[in-house]
Design a protein. Structure first.
Length: 289
């Protein structure tokens, strides 16, 4: 719970104590009780944000794609009785997508390390309801994960037109420069590498490349466009019987797979690909596929 205006958070276990309980009508743990303790209190007229983590239901009411409404009640003591009731409000639930029958993301055996590329991570999903041709699978990664392929640069002398640039050090080759920029500057669209001293620059919003075609004596830099590699998935390989007519597209943290053919209920989609781990562990709400 956070007081937005003052940017003050209520510390769990110190200012705020939370207990999960079940509705008397069934055994679901769908009630949360927050008890304030200490000197920090909720004041009338202020805006607060309450963040909780929960497991969505496996189904919704027949004919509806949303969960039931939510309700919040406040009391002036911990009894929760009608005599101590203060405010009460009800708001609509949110829409739910039909869950997959199976969704597994499995890394290869061994320890996983921050900032490293993990090869052949296995993905498997089973659709519960059929998907018609023209549908799309959209998969998002935990915060900081990169699914794009690293750039591969040919040694071409030239210059980069327009945009801005930033030097990020020195490297032994254009390819090493491209890899360094790809890892450290995710918004860069091109790289340049100075041949006589190895200076490596990341370029942003570049208008294009001017490549040398004849007399190259005046060109002192090699250049490479790395924008296209940021849309290529890193060693994506389809497994199993479900095949796709076109390759998926990837951004740093997401994958889009267009379905030219329909998928029947129970279809198993399997693929492997390489992913680059984030430099640090994502927070609790951002570490899920």
């Amino acid at each position: 719970l956070t007081d937005i205006a003052n940017d003050i958070s209520f510390r769990p276990g110190i200012d705020l104590f939370c207990v999960a309980d079940s509705d008397q009508s069934d055994n679901r743990m769908n009630l949360l009780s927050f008890t304030f303790q200490g000197n920090r209190a909720v004041e009338a007229g202020r805006l607060y944000v309450l963040v909780v983590q929960f497991i969505s239901p496996s189904y919704t009411a027949q004919g509806s794609d949303t969960v039931d409404s939510w309700s919040i009640s406040t009391f002036n003591d911990a009894s929760g009785t009608q005599n101590s009731a203060l405010d009460e409000t009800v708001f609509a639930g949110f829409a739910l997508n039909v869950r997959f029958s199976r969704w597994l993301v499995t890394p290869p055996p061994g320890d996983q390390h921050a900032g490293t590329t993990v090869k052949a991570v296995s993905f498997e999903l089973v659709v519960q309801s059929g998907l018609p041709a023209g549908s799309e699978l959209y998969i998002t990664a935990p915060h900081g994960v990169d699914m794009t392929a690293p750039p591969v640069c040919a040694e071409q002398l030239g210059s980069i037109l327009g945009g801005s640039n930033q030097q990020i050090g020195r490297t032994p080759s254009l390819q090493d420069c491209a890899l360094k920029v790809w890892q450290e500057e995710p918004d860069a669209s091109a790289v340049s590498w100075r041949t006589w001293d190895g200076a490596c620059k990341a370029h942003f919003n570049a208008g294009g490349l001017e490549l040398c075609s004849s007399d190259c004596s005046e060109y002192l830099t090699q250049v490479c466009n790395i924008q296209l590699s940021r849309e290529v998935c890193h060693d994506f390989v389809v497994k199993g019987q479900v095949r796709f007519d076109r390759a998926p597209s990837c951004s740093k943290g997401s994958l889009r797979l267009h379905l030219d053919r329909s998928l029947q209920s129970g279809s198993i989609v399997q693929y492997d690909m390489n992913v680059k781990n984030p430099e640090t562990n994502p927070n609790l709400t951002s570490r899920f596929w």
